[in-house]
Design a protein. Sequence first.
Length: 75
Amino acid sequence: MWLVGEFGEMLVNGTCKNPDGNPLIVPDHKIIGVMEQILNDHNKKGERSDIIIMWTLTAISKLSIRIGQANPMDA
């Protein structure tokens, strides 16, 4: 989850490449869906779950300014 927070911009703006070298763009709803599932799966007490929830919420806050923006590859 930490990686999504740090490098998630690459998932939404097309700078991430698939194994063929083509741009890989992950739709906003898929990123949000995965984060929602992680939050639901770790909705229990315990230090490890608290850390995962913290990382997920941090990643969401970092991506919130990038998700929903027009894709530069479409321009």
